[in-house]
Design a protein around this ligand. Structure first.
Ligand SMILES: *[C@@H]1O[C@H](CO)[C@@H](O)[C@H](O)[C@H]1NC(C)=O
Length: 179
């Protein structure tokens, strides 16, 4: 194989790697640690702090690990999230190892099913962005802000840097092919 085609191929490999690694769906362990689904010890340790520091895209999943004799995960409406009403959840999970796929954009509300836990802060809002908002935010017209009344989540700047990286990778590839 000549120098030309092997260089083009390795550029292609790099490009595919970049495309793949940024579009791959991810599993997020809620709270970041296995014992996180519990009453938070402080405000700074709250589950929503963790949620605000992560960027969730359609296709990603949330994973909860907990003792199913003592706790559960309820997906609820915004109203039931705010009032900690556990009586009519959208979904109830109590298998101890819960995985929920985020298949639409917008806010998801989860509270603990254990008595008194939600009132003490064991609750979380996860806002899911469509991939389009993330990857192509600066090419397409500015997307309207995600509308919900929970904690504000500012758009992060890493979409721009990912895009920049992809542009450079494509430029390199085109450069090699044209040589
Ligand atoms: C909880 O929700 C149920 C069903 O929507 C409702 O009937 C009940 O009144 C609510 N409880 C409280 C305390 O708001």
């Amino acid at each position: 194989m000549g120098a030309f085609s092997s260089r083009a191929l390795s550029s292609l490999a790099v490009l595919l790697f970049l495309l793949f690694s940024f579009s791959e769906a991810r599993d997020y362990l809620v709270g970041g640690k296995t014992d996180s689904w519990k009453i938070p010890s402080s405000e700074s340790d709250s589950l929503n702090k963790w949620a605000e520091s992560s960027r969730f895209l359609i296709g990603d999943s949330l994973v909860w690990k907990y003792d199913n004799n003592k706790d559960s995960v309820l997906q609820v409406s915004k109203r039931d999230y705010v009032t900690c009403n556990t009586s009519s959840p959208i979904e109830e999970y109590k298998d101890g190892n819960t995985k929920v796929k985020l298949d639409q954009s917008g806010p998801y509300y989860f509270i603990s099913g254990a008595k008194g836990h939600c009132e003490n802060g064991q609750k979380i809002i996860v806002v899911v962005m469509s991939a389009r908002h993330g990857m192509f935010a600066s090419i397409s017209p500015a997307p309207s802000p995600v509308e919900f009344d929970g904690p504000a989540i500012a758009p992060t700047s890493d979409a721009t840097s990912i895009q920049g990286t992809l542009m450079v990778a494509m430029g390199v590839l085109v450069g090699f092919v044209l040589m």
